[in-house]
Write a protein that binds this ligand. Sequence first.
Ligand SMILES: C[S@@+](CC[C@H](N)C(=O)[O-])C[C@H]1O[C@@H](n2cnc3c(N)ncnc32)[C@H](O)[C@@H]1O
Ligand SMILES: [Zn+2]
Length: 267
Amino acid sequence: MQLLCPVCQMELKKVDRLWRCEQGHSFDIARQGYVNLLTVDKKHARHPGDTKEQVAARKAFLDSGYYAPIAETVCEMLLPHAPKAVLDAGCGEGYYLTCLQDKLPQTEFAGIDISKDAVRFAAVRNKQALWLTGTAAALPFPDGSFDAVLSMFALTVEQEFARVLQDGGKYLQVIAGEDHLMGLKKIIYPEILRKEKNLHPHLAGFRLLETRTLEFPFTVTSTEQIQNLLSMTPHFWRISKEGAQRLQQTQTLTDTAQVIFNLYCKE
Ligand SMILES: C[S@@+](CC[C@H](N)C(=O)[O-])C[C@H]1O[C@@H](n2cnc3c(N)ncnc32)[C@H](O)[C@@H]1O
Ligand SMILES: [Zn+2]
């Protein structure tokens, strides 16, 4: 897979334990195997993206299989298109990419995330994919590098995604539905404010091919996994002290996941 230098956009070549461009910019391959392409000017914080604690919590929750139906739906929607090169943008600790790769062993996979901790976990989990720290807002790949891009509960940068996709390439956007994790919300918020959300956004340069809504119940039976679930959601940042206390006292949570899958085709 061809990588571009995030500083000068020239091709990077792999030399021993680093990737280097002709201008002499170089990027080390970490011990775990990932490449850090996040340059200081693209960082908005010292440790951007999910924290180590959030990443560890997400891994523990996802590895317990609660969200396996989400991974299965990703596979069902992408396998018929037999992609040869897939990018997971905002890949987190690599759970979904790895599930898809298990079904597509001949396909090339790359995952990028702005959180170094997430990418480190991903690289430990899976040695068969190319893992990068970097921003999805400026992808370090030449035009048309992929025939599928995936964004799971992460950002959509339609212009960049369209640029790195070949014509006819697929973009699978996976987002939370309006009723996602209502059980958790009812515990942590005194009142639930419904915000209008565009669940099937129009994306410039793309046509919506197919959309699915997946709903499934699940029960979490430990306070630790309930906390893990919380830290995977945006509620982790919004929760009040009282809400956090109520959740800490919750031993069992029965909830419903509601997830929207939008499959777009690059025009
Ligand atoms: C809600 S998490 C989802 C992670 C993973 N896709 C999953 O579903 O398990 C969102 C991810 O987006 C990453 N992220 C945030 N801003 C980003 C950016 N500009 N470029 C790449 N990744 C970003 C975060 O670090 C985090 O890992
Ligand atoms: Zn360079």
